[in-house]
Design a protein around this ligand. Structure first.
Ligand code: AG3
Length: 268
């Protein structure tokens, strides 16, 4: 059996050994055993992660903002029910991490059938809230770092990419970071994200290769009081605990090719 995710006139094919589990609630969640990528998590037909390359994504989404922040003690993760981002945040000297996930099934299925959290959900520093992240931020406390680990901005995740959401997150965090889609395949979504987040202070784009995401090139938005100046110092505390991330990868992720630089400048 093959799993295929189609984009615009192209796609990704992954050979499946078997389907491990499925749940249908707010979203359709499927977990597969694949022939060459380990386990695969699919939500509403779209690849969310494979064991083969999830650390490329989660390490960039988490360590870039965490290491760019002077002192990150209190962290909010919106989405991220598979526990990968949570696992990475807990590698830092944090005192409190709140994870707000709209779909309880993502957490339950991931804990039971995926296991990439490495026990992160049980850590005493962690509080799990099952709620719409968009609503949660309206009345929550402030955090040092807010990280958005969502699905594509269609359906339940759409409100996590609107102007008001970005404005509230800017108000409630020192450093904000969100995954921001493929600038190649999902050009319209990417442009919309750029426009809607333009109000944020010091907003920059960084990129990473994530082999199982649309055409491999993925983007992230970071904003607020982030700086390269803290990166090496903060990295020393997590050195040896990452598989993909290091300070060189961090700095180079901000070196955008000419076409992408233009794209970002045009929208601002
Ligand atoms: N969420 C962002 C990946 C979305 C991939 N999109 C796609 N395949 N069309 C990842 C969540 C993992 N914690």
């Amino acid at each position: 059996m093959d799993f295929i995710e189609r984009y615009n006139g192209c796609g990704l094919l992954i050979v499946i050994k078997k389907k491990i589990a499925e749940a249908i609630g707010i979203q359709k969640i499927e977990i597969f055993e694949t022939e060459s990528f380990g386990k695969l998590l699919v939500i509403d037909g779209k690849v969310q992660l494979t064991e083969f390359d999830e650390h490329f994504y989660h390490e960039m989404l988490v360590h870039v903002p965490m290491n760019s922040c002077k002192r990150a003690k209190k962290v909010l993760i919106i989405g991220g029910g598979d526990g990968g981002a949570l696992r990475e945040v807990l590698k830092h000297e944090v005192s409190r991490v709140v994870l707000v996930e709209i779909d309880r099934n993502v957490i339950e299925m991931s804990k039971k059938h995926l296991g990439i959290d490495n026990g992160a959900f049980e850590d005493p520093r962690v509080e799990i809230v099952i709620e719409d992240g968009r609503k949660f931020v309206e009345s929550c406390e402030s955090f040092d770092v807010i990280i958005v680990d969502s699905t594509d901005p269609v359906g339940v995740s759409d409100p996590l990419f609107d102007r008001d959401f970005f404005a509230v997150c800017a108000e409630k965090s020192k450093v904000f970071c969100s995954q921001s889609q493929s600038p190649l395949v999902q050009r319209d979504l990417f442009r919309k994200l750029l426009r809607n987040s333009a109000c944020m202070m010091n907003r920059r784009i960084f990129v990473s290769t994530i082999p199982t995401y649309p055409l491999s090139l993925w983007s992230f938005i970071i904003s607020g009081d982030h700086s390269f100046r803290y990166v090496k110092r903060n990295f020393r505390k997590i050195e040896g605990k990452t598989k993909h991330y290091n300070p060189e990868v961090h700095f180079s992720a901000f070196m955008l090719p000419e076409w992408l630089k233009k794209e970002v400048e045009d929208v601002c």
